[in-house]
Design a protein around this ligand. Structure first.
Ligand SMILES: Nc1ncnc2c1ncn2[C@@H]1O[C@H](COP(=O)(O)OP(=O)(O)OP(=O)(O)O)[C@@H](O)[C@H]1O
Ligand SMILES: [Mg+2]
Length: 439
């Protein structure tokens, strides 16, 4: 997996003293370095984390540069029949949603809107018939909801329709009834992104005024048909809910709102526990993949189950770890960097998904062959049924004979006739003998 670390710009000088991104210096004639190191100057230790060159994106890096460095390639691959997945990972308030969706200004638009633009642009230059589809879901407290449900904002949480999940024979999870919209232009895909973001569960916490309380998965799928060949590309962009330490993220409560404060705080606590638990399960999956364990615990959480093929399947997967360089966030920053280092050592493989188009003539041929097979099976079944009927008849006859009581010994006809013949023969010979020789 490719990994990147992005620093959120901070105003407090302390944070700049804590983390010093550094890259090894090289002379002009030596080849460029393959890796960059990040050294943290902490009061008790100074750990160093190593990333591939270009993997460390400091606070001055523009949204455009972040996109070009991390996700641009995934958007291109999406139009070439390859599946990709981009995860934004990090503690609450570290800039995941800002990275993925963007800020309020046009220049600040995030990875998803930029990827949408590129996907349409790439496809417009390619031959064949192309289609683009969009879906947007969120995983909240181990349940999956459709963010493109127009009614969602009008309903209470308890009334939302949960997306039903089903595991197929390959252990892949299918989501039943998720809205997948075909988009004929960039604008329609962008308006779906906007609708989904409006529908997403957020809360004001001490750490973030609009903290995401769910994991959101935005998916762009493409198909491109040239002749009989169909290329199917996919790209998930995952904005994870942020890890948080309890107490750090409690609600912001004004005094006149104290009435429902208790209820809200209880919900916040259970959300927090759930977010941390699902991130813990994500870490477990990455840990097992890193060790190439025979069993990867995808089933522990809904999010890892849904994204199974992005984590350990056929996918070009990247992680962007967001860091907030405040001194009070040292533990969270260390945890994010350790996680990214693990992700970086997981090997991923991906290939192009190309299939053959089912034209009406190929479908007719398939139906013919299936009908022939069906006829053969039916004939075999009929033969078995006939045999069974015959056996039933024999069985019935035997039953009747048993019910009729013990069978009285009857001398079968051929025996009688043989006896009769030998009797007659004997009689005849007796007649031929003289009277005295009788007995
Ligand atoms: N690189 C950045 N440049 C400018 N502002 C940023 C940057 N990163 C984050 N911010 C701002 O910081 C605040 C928190 O960011 P964001 O909501 O993206 O955090 P988050 O990681 O998604 O948190 P949570 O896990 O709670 O959802 C937002 O107001 C956002 O605009
Ligand atoms: Mg967020």
């Amino acid at each position: 997996m490719k990994v990147y670390v992005r620093f959120k710009p901070t105003e407090t000088p302390i944070s700049h003293k804590l983390l010093h991104p550094s890259s090894s210096s090289t002379s002009s004639d030596s080849p460029p370095p393959l890796t960059q190191s990040l050294n943290l100057s902490l009061p008790t230790s100074s750990p160093t984390f190593t990333f591939p060159t270009g993997g460390i994106l400091d606070g001055d890096t523009s949204q455009d540069m972040i996109y070009r460095q991390t996700t641009e390639h995934c958007a291109k691959l999406c139009t070439e029949g390859v599946a990709s997945c981009v995860f934004a990972y990090g503690q609450t308030g570290s800039g995941k949603t800002y990275t993925v969706t963007g800020g309020s200004q046009y220049d600040e638009r995030g990875l998803i809107p930029r990827a949408i633009t590129d996907v349409f642009q790439h496809l417009s230059k390619k031959e064949g018939e192309s289609k683009v589809y969009v879906s947007f879901i969120e995983v909240y407290q181990e349940a999956c909801y459709d963010l493109l449900d127009q009614e969602k904002r009008l309903k209470k949480l308890e009334e939302w329709d949960k997306i039903q999940t089903k595991e197929d024979s390959n252990g892949e999870l299918t989501l039943e009834g998720v809205r997948v919209y075909e988009c004929d232009a960039e604008e329609s895909a962008l308006s779906l992104l906007f609708l989904g973001n409006m529908n997403r569960i957020t809360s004001s916490t001490k750490m973030n005024l609009a903290s995401s309380r769910s994991h959101a998965i935005f998916t762009i799928s493409t198909t491109r048909t040239v002749g009989k060949k169909v290329e199917t590309g996919k790209m998930h962009v995952v904005d994870l809910a942020g890890s948080e330490r309890s107490g750090k993220t409690n609600d912001i409560v004004s005094e006149f709102k104290l009435k429902d404060h208790f209820v809200k705080n209880e919900r916040r606590k259970s959300e927090s526990v759930d977010i941390n638990l699902s991130l813990h399960y994500l870490q477990r999956v990455i840990y097992s993949l890193q060790l190439s364990s025979p069993h990867i615990p995808y089933r522990n959480s809904l999010m890892t189950q849904i994204l199974k093929s992005s984590l350990g399947g056929n996918s070009n997967t990247i992680f962007i770890g967001c860091l907030s360089l405040e001194s009070e966030n040292v533990q969270e920053s260390l945890s994010t960097l350790n996680f990214l280092t693990r992700c970086g050592s997981v090997q991923v493989k991906y290939s192009r998904n190309i299939s053959t188009k089912h034209t009406s003539s190929t479908l007719t041929e398939e139906i013919k062959s299936l009908n022939k097979k069906l006829k053969e099976k039916e004939d075999a079944l009929n033969a078995v049924t006939k045999k069974m009927e015959k056996l039933k008849g024999v069985n019935r006859e035997l039953k009747e004979r048993v019910e009729a009581g013990p069978v009285t010994e009857k001398i079968p006809f051929p025996i009688i006739s043989n006896q009769l013949v030998s009797y007659l023969r004997r009689s005849a010979s007796t007649v031929a003998r003289p009277e005295s020789s009788r007995f």
